[in-house]
Write a protein that binds this ligand. Structure first.
Ligand SMILES: [Zn+2]
Length: 213
């Protein structure tokens, strides 16, 4: 599956993930992608090894034995964000299975056939599953800052390219993007945003020819 993935986790996001600095909703996307992508798993291990080497050197030079143990213990904790905590279930990577507590998603209708299932919402942002019928657009939404979207089933396209199963789109709020689900198969995505994602003006838009109804 990995060789079909063409949109990966950017290095800066991977570094933040390994350092334990990535907000939880984004960490869920990274862990899910890494569980499906050999290339990013290798990059993750390289970051972990580099971080470990820095701390090892620091520990030998400056830290007493007790402090050294605590630092190395903290490092182990940081690395504990494991990419495959649960087994994959169908289209859902292990980290998503965990976020769902092993149960099928409880979908809520957003209109136009689009559905969502919120996995995580808090001060750090939100993570959700989005279900977009084949050939339909993702409803227009606003978000503050960063948005990571990973395809779990089907695919979508927008002005930046085409995204297949396993691919991750990295969008910032300066990107005007209207993702459109591929024809033929309903699209299911895992989406993380660093502010509560607000679907705006969906009902008026549903009347527009844009939706082809
Ligand atoms: Zn990757």
């Amino acid at each position: 599956m990995s060789e079909q993935i063409s949109h990966h986790i950017p290095d800066a996001i991977m570094a933040a993930y390994v350092a334990g600095n990535l907000p939880r909703p984004f960490a869920l996307v990274v862990a899910s992608h890494v569980s499906m992508c050999d290339e990013c798993r290798a990059n993750l291990l390289a970051h972990q090894a580099a971080g470990g080497a820095v701390l090892e050197g620091m520990a030998e030079e400056k830290l007493s034995g007790g402090m050294r143990d605590r630092v190395m213990g903290a490092l182990d904790d940081a690395i504990d964000v494991e990419p495959e905590p649960a087994s994959r279930q169908g289209i859902y990577p292990g980290p998503v299975v965990d976020a769902l507590s092993g149960k099928p998603p409880k979908w809520k209708k957003l209109g136009g056939g689009v559905r969502q299932c919120i996995l995580d919402m808090g001060n750090e942002g939100s993570a959700r599953l989005l279900y977009i019928p084949a050939g339909r657009p993702v409803p227009e939404h606003s978000h503050g800052g960063l948005e990571l979207t990973m395809v779990l089933q089907g695919g979508f396209s927008d002005s930046t390219g085409h995204f297949d199963v396993g691919d991750v789109e990295v969008a910032t709020d300066d990107l005007e993007h209207v993702p459109m689900a591929d024809e033929g198969e309903d699209c299911i995505c895992l989406a993380a945003t660093d502010a509560p994602l607000r679907f705006s003006a969906f009902v008026p838009r549903i009347l527009q020819p844009f939706f082809a109804i």
